[in-house]
Design a protein around this ligand. Structure first.
Ligand code: GLP
Length: 264
């Protein structure tokens, strides 16, 4: 795992965009499908803006398919806060990706349990995901895998904690009651199937979750700790989100002595 501690959220956005662009180019070089794993939430937004800027400069996304991590259950298709709509608005329309190649769990399905199984199958048949962008919840959740989620889990329906519902109420006009209770999320085992995981976290509110995920014990009590099982993780955090990391000095030392050919 590489922990990249940077002064500002804008710096984090640039490094995440570098890492994503590098993995997309690697996947293109391998031939075959190029699958981008996308997260919603506020954490990756600066990185997405940077990717859009690079597209203007010529970075190509032709032939790329995108898969979302998770989706609310019960929001009607086209609801502005459904993650399918959010990602179209924030990124994929501007990247020039046809909505037909931007996939997400079908949270509006009459049978969400089957929709979750179908999504897992679709992802397995299209994958592997070249690079998965990840945020982390203040309680350590990845995707919508709340504390207690199996570290080997696959895509399924889960129930949100009240903390996550109240954290996400800001997207629903501050109304907690409007935040769905259930979600479909890629499992932690599903997420581990991506070739490269790129976590981005900024701000003091994420500091405890970041320290637990990157330096704490491997435990379902902190779903983010599953990152420690993956061979290629780039964890990009600003000084505030990294403020509780015990090995911060070492991460800075590693970064300042990074060999160019090491890449991300
Ligand atoms: C949300 C999403 C996650 C996201 C996390 C952090 O509920 N399901 O995919 O990474 O919580 O969100 P934010 O980046 O807005 O802090």
């Amino acid at each position: 795992m590489e922990v990249v501690l940077l002064p500002t959220p804008e710096d984090c956005g640039r490094v995440v965009a570098d890492a994503v662009a590098g993995s997309v180019l690697d996947a293109v070089a391998r031939g075959g499908p190029v699958v981008l794993g996308l997260a919603t939430g506020s954490s990756p937004l600066l990185a997405y803006r940077e990717l859009l800027r690079r597209r203007e400069e010529g970075l190509g996304f032709t032939g790329v398919q995108a898969f979302l991590l998770d989706e609310y259950v019960g929001l009607p298709a086209g609801h502005p806060e459904s993650y399918r709509e959010v990602i179209r608005r924030e990124l994929t329309d501007a990247l020039g990706l046809d909505p037909a190649v931007v996939h997400g769990p079908d949270g509006a399905a009459s049978d969400p349990l089957q929709a979750a199984r179908d999504y897992e199958q679709l992802l397995l048949s299209a994958g592997p995901v070249a690079v998965q962008v990840l945020g982390i919840g203040a309680n350590g959740h990845l995707g919508f895998n709340e504390p207690g989620s199996s570290l080997a889990s696959r895509t399924r329906v889960k129930t949100l904690t009240e903390q996550t519902r109240s954290d996400n109420a800001r997207f629903f006009g501050g109304d907690v009651a409007a935040v769905p209770r259930h979600v479909i999320t890629q499992g932690l085992g599903t997420i581990l199937g991506a070739r490269h995981l790129v976590l981005v976290a900024t701000g003091e509110a994420k500091a405890a979750a970041v320290a637990a995920a990157l330096e704490g014990p491997l435990t379902a009590s902190c779903p983010g700790s599953v990152l420690q099982l993956h061979p290629h993780v780039t964890a990009v955090v600003d000084e505030a989100a990294g403020s509780r990391l015990a090995r911060a000095e070492h991460y800075r030392y590693v970064l300042s002595h990074k060999l160019e050919e090491q890449g991300w």
